[in-house]
Design a protein around this ligand. Structure first.
Ligand code: SF4
Length: 509
């Protein structure tokens, strides 16, 4: 078994530290070194795959990744299988639209393809860590795209290295691919090999995998990250992190891949299901609040509708007299509309996002640095002048961006600023595929709500309660991971890993 070296393209080996990505439009900030960084949790990855009866699928995979761009902006990649079962992979640093063009896609011939958008949660931002990962086995090429994070990645890599495998990347995902390859080389068939490999993995993983003529989806027993199945009118099968990936290529939603389920899909036999581990559902609740696109559907409704509901709950829990309700674009807007409808206070737009900023590698000037958020958000003075303003955001991580927004609102003429957050205080880091910073950077881990209000300079501050956040999902409230609000991690996190992100006094417990 060998790592695949075919056809890889490299645009840039490593991302500059001052890269602005999609999420940064909403949460841009400058750190002490004058580098631009984000003040919001960062989504890990988007995964996508298509198996068609005939015809080329590279373009469909491209558009699927395009719809999932919000889930990862550092690298993108597609692997297709041609009619002989040989893989062709193109992956590089950058956004999907930067990595692929018509020529590249037209050269990727084949009716089976998988793709990946990456934001690095394990392993640095280098092209060797881009996915899909391909390993050559005696049964043919195996390819894999992973969303999530293994908590035993170091142990798995150590075991595989000790067994003589030459792992090339620094990601946990490569360990999963090699574990499958190793099981195949030991004589197992594809299904046995995948199940054997999955049983060696602990943590969060939603996987799209492929081998000649077969596409496979799998989720960890907790189903922390989403994964759905779709089908097109011409009988092609689709796997996607979110339903917005199905919509863009005209595929119908079939169902989600269940926690602990493995789906093996062929054109001849359709969807075959195997519960490889007992389901213990714990979907990341932050997918509902913020990460997933508002037009994606989870539990039979769009996340826009859920976000309206948490806005309403927030208005009931923490009312305040004011003249206008505004949202921090884009992710705070549905909850702001919900807050307005519940409270009867008019909704308005007063923060305008620059939608046309792509990536920049240029350092801002000192004056721009001081003006902070103006690069991505600007205020409407005539809307804010003399008003008591309620501003809704989905979360506060470090608090630095919130303070800049509050200052900008006051400079534009707001006479009172009341902030309402449509999730509880983020007090703990995530180990399951979301980059939430270490605990000592989380403002709510060591400050009361009153102290945070003072630091971000608001007149009042309130967060949505944990109970209302879960009640608003309208499904079994036990079905969610809420560890970054509670510190109760559903999948055990080894102490060594905890120490990398938790404050020392907490690791002793
Ligand atoms: S810890 Fe928070 S961000 Fe991570 S999976 Fe759980 S709810 Fe989601």
């Amino acid at each position: 078994m060998l790592p695949d070296h075919s056809d890889h393209s490299v645009f840039a080996d490593e991302m500059p530290k001052n890269l602005i990505n999609h999420r940064d439009f909403e949460d841009l900030d400058f750190n002490d070194d004058n580098e631009i960084e984000s003040d919001k949790p960062q989504e890990a990855c988007g995964v996508f795959g298509v198996l068609a009866a005939e015809g080329d699928v590279a373009k469909l995979v491209y558009f699927g990744l395009y719809a999932l761009q919000h889930r990862g902006q550092e690298s993108a990649g597609i692997t297709v299988y041609d009619e002989h079962g040989t893989t062709h992979t193109h992956k590089a640093m950058g956004l999907v639209a930067q990595v692929f063009n018509e020529t590249i896609l037209s050269e990727m011939k084949g009716a089976l393809g998988i793709g990946h958008n990456r934001y690095s949660t394990t392993g640095s931002s280098k092209v060797c860590n881009a996915q899909p990962i391909v390993v050559n086995t005696r049964l043919g090429d195996f390819s894999l795209a992973h969303n999530g994070n293994l908590v035993n990645a170091t142990e798995l890599r150590g075991e595989l290295s000790a067994q003589g495998h030459a792992l090339e990347s620094t990601t946990d995902s490569e360990g999963i691919a090699f574990a499958v390859g190793e099981a195949v080389e030991e004589g197992k068939d594809w299904q046995e090999a995948i199940v054997t490999a999955l049983r060696r993995c602990h943590g969060a993983f939603s996987l799209v995998m492929a081998m000649p003529n077969v596409i496979v989806g799998a989720r960890d027993a907790y189903g922390v990250r989403p994964l759905v199945i779709g089908k097109t009118g011409d009988g092609s099968y689709v796997l996607s992190s979110e339903t917005c990936g199905l919509d863009i290529i005209g595929a119908e939603y079939v169902r989600e891949v269940l926690p602990g389920e493995l789906v093996i899909i062929t054109i001849e036999n359709g969807i075959q299901s195997l519960q490889w581990e007992e389901a213990k559902p714990k979907l990341c609740v932050f997918e509902m609040i913020y990460f997933a696109r508002p037009d994606s559907v989870m539990h039979d409704e769009s996340l826009y509708t859920y976000r309206l509901r948490i806005g309403r709950a927030l208005a009931r829990e923490s009312p305040v007299e004011a003249d206008i309700v505004i949202g921090v674009p884009d992710s705070g807007i549905p909850a702001a509309i919900g807050f307005s409808r519940e409270s009867g206070i008019p909704y308005g737009e007063a923060l305008i996002k620059n939608r046309y900023v792509g990536r920049t590698f240029i350092q801002p000037t000192q004056a721009m640095r001081e003006s902070g958020i103006r690069m991505k958000l600007n205020t409407l003075k005539d809307v804010l002048q003399g008003k008591r303003v309620i501003v809704i955001d989905d979360s506060i991580v470090r608090g630095t961006t919130s303070r800049k927004i509050v200052r900008a609102l006051r400079e534009a003429g707001a006479i009172e600023v009341h902030m309402r957050i449509s999730s509880p205080p983020v007090t703990h880091p995530c180990f399951y595929g979301i980059d939430t910073d270490s605990q000592d950077h989380l403002i709510a881990s060591h400050n009361s709500v009153e102290a945070i209000a003072k630091q971000i300079e608001v007149d009042t501050l309130a967060y949505l309660s944990h109970d209302e956040m879960l009640k608003a999902t309208q499904i079994d409230t036990m079905h969610f991971c809420t560890a970054c609000f509670t510190g109760k991690y559903p999948i055990e996190v080894p102490d060594k890993l905890k120490r990398t992100k938790l404050m020392l006094e907490n690791t002793a417990t």
